[in-house]
Design a protein around this ligand. Structure first.
Ligand code: HEC
Ligand code: HEC
Length: 144
């Protein structure tokens, strides 16, 4: 009788711990925010961190082309707002930049035999800067 009670207690404890574990894991899944809030990524990985995306936009695109964000990104259509709408594809420069991103990855893969080239990492042999070198139009040495 005494023994049976102890076994019952043990089962009850295990059941309580089990229920708690299920709740903890469910709430961890529920409160975890999405990896980022980006809506329109077609070349970069969709789950890219905001740190990695910003590094590519600032250190690669702005610096390598010698431009600022609005060279590729259109202004928001919201009345009174002059903020950039980063998800918009309105400016042709953004589409050209996407084609350039694909070309840059292909160059690394095909001609430099990199298996998994990733933009914004030092593994690349060819980057935007290889051709642009701080100019938006690399075919014009004077940058005019
Ligand atoms: C040379 C062109 C270029 C410049 C300059 C540039 N971007 Fe971008 N940006 C792009 C392209 C192209 C994409 C889309 C990438 C893709 O499709 O994977 C993008 C995507 C983004 C996104 C994701 C938007 C979404 O919701 O999908 C953000 C945010 C962003 N850029 C911010 C910036 C900021 C901030 C700057 C300046 C520091 C900047 N960009 C400069 C070309 C540019
Ligand atoms: C192999 C050389 C090369 C590489 C690598 C390269 N580009 Fe270009 N890019 C060019 C050339 C050449 C032009 C000029 C075309 C013209 O002026 O008609 C150009 C033009 C552009 C333009 C259009 C500028 C405008 O005002 O029309 C954008 C935007 C651009 N590149 C973005 C990029 C980005 C972003 C990268 C890196 C992901 C990159 N490019 C990598 C050669 C390159």
């Amino acid at each position: 009788m005494y023994r049976q009670n102890r076994i019952d207690m043990l089962y009850r404890k295990l059941l309580v711990i089990g229920v708690i574990l299920v709740f903890v894991s469910l709430s961890v899944v529920a409160i975890r925010p999405p990896a980022n809030e980006y809506k329109n990524l077609k070349v970069l990985p969709r789950n890219i961190s905001s740190k990695d995306l910003n590094r590519i936009m600032v250190d690669e695109f702005n610096d390598d082309l010698g431009v600022t964000c609005n060279f590729c990104h259109a202004e928001s259509k919201e009345p009174g707002s002059h903020k950039p709408d980063y998800a918009s594809d309105e400016k042709p420069e953004k589409s050209i930049a996407r084609a350039m991103m694909r070309m840059t990855l292909d160059l690394n893969k095909k001609y430099f035999k990199l298996k998994h080239p990733v933009l914004g990492t030092p593994t690349l042999e060819v980057t935007c800067n290889t051709c642009h070198n701080g100019q938006p139009h690399p075919n014009n040495a004077a940058g005019e």
